[in-house]
Structure formats: C-alpha cells, structure tokens
Write a new protein. Structure first.
Length: 175
C-alpha cells in the first residue's frame, strides 16, 4: 500500500512539475506535489524498515525456539536381548493390546551399549516388548500372561507370557 501511494505521489509530482515549467499550474502547486512525494517516500521507507525489523524479529524468534526445543536422539531404549534378527533386519515381538497375541515388528535401532539399544522407530512408548524367550515366538502367536494381565505400570520383567505349549516369554515396556 505504501508502494502504491509512493508511485501515485511520484506521478503527481512529475506531472505538476512539467505543468509548472510551462506555467500551466502554479509553482506552489508543484511544490505541494513535491512535498507530498517526499512524504510518501518517507512513509514508504518507514514501512520497508518495519518489514525488515519484523523479518529480523521472526528470525530471532525462530533461533530462540530452535534452542528451546528439546530433542531426544532416540525414541526409547530396550534390552539388547529383545532383538531378533532376520537377515540383517532387527525385529522385536510386541504383546498386542489385550495380551492374547504377539506381533513381530521390524524396528530401526540407534546407538547401543552392552545392555540396552536405542529404538528409533517401529515401537511406541508404553508398548510391551518381549525380552526373554522371543526366539520361541512367531508372528500372531497366541499367548497369555502367566500372572494374569499386566497392571499397566512399572517393569513387567516378572510377568511372563505363556504360549499354548507352556513356553514362557517375558515382556518389557519400552522406556
């Protein structure tokens, strides 16, 4: 809008200056048009400065926000024992909601130490992952909790699942 006002003031100024040089309009009218043009020019420059200031403030806010955003290098951690390898791809077995079957899920792993591995994707926080006896399981296998249903909190290392043949597996919550 400031640009349009500036362009219009410039056109009026040039037209009145040309007319004043031929004595068609008064010199005062040409000077008034020139003053209006300079005012429009100052308003345009002020508007441009405001836009540049707003852009700088936005950039500064984005930098501050970037510094304030917490990022974890991984989604969760599991025992190394939980991993099952099929070829070069790691998998885990999760206990499905209701605790009656297990599902084989391909995962993406991150950094690991001698005991735990970072899980980048494939398992969500709070899901039950089998960490002992998973070599006895297959995708969709029916299981039951030996101690009943898990309570939904805490460590499930003591709550075993049992398949129909009596084999035991132990689930753990993704942390």
């Amino acid at each position: 809008m400031a640009r349009a006002a500036l362009d219009q003031a410039q056109q009026v100024h040039e037209r009145k200056r040309a007319l004043a040089s031929r004595a068609i309009v008064s010199r005062e009218a040409a000077e008034a048009a020139q003053a209006a043009f300079r005012t429009a020019q100052a308003e345009f420059n002020a508007a441009r400065a405001e836009v540049e200031l707003a852009a700088a403030q936005l950039q500064q806010a984005e930098i501050i926000l970037e510094k304030m955003t917490l990022r974890a290098p991984f989604d969760g951690r599991l025992s190394q024992n939980a991993l099952v390898h099929s070829g070069d791809k790691p998998f885990v077995f999760t206990v499905m909601p209701g605790g009656s079957t297990v599902k084989k899920r391909q995962i993406e792993v991150g950094l690991s130490d001698h005991a735990r591995v970072a899980i980048r994707s494939g398992v969500e926080e709070g899901e039950l992952v089998v960490v002992i006896g998973q070599h006895l399981l297959y995708d969709g296998m029916a299981v039951r909790f030996a101690d009943g249903e898990p309570s939904g909190t805490g460590n499930f290392a003591s709550t075993a699942t049992t398949d129909n043949a009596g084999n035991h597996s132990v689930p753990e919550r993704l942390q």
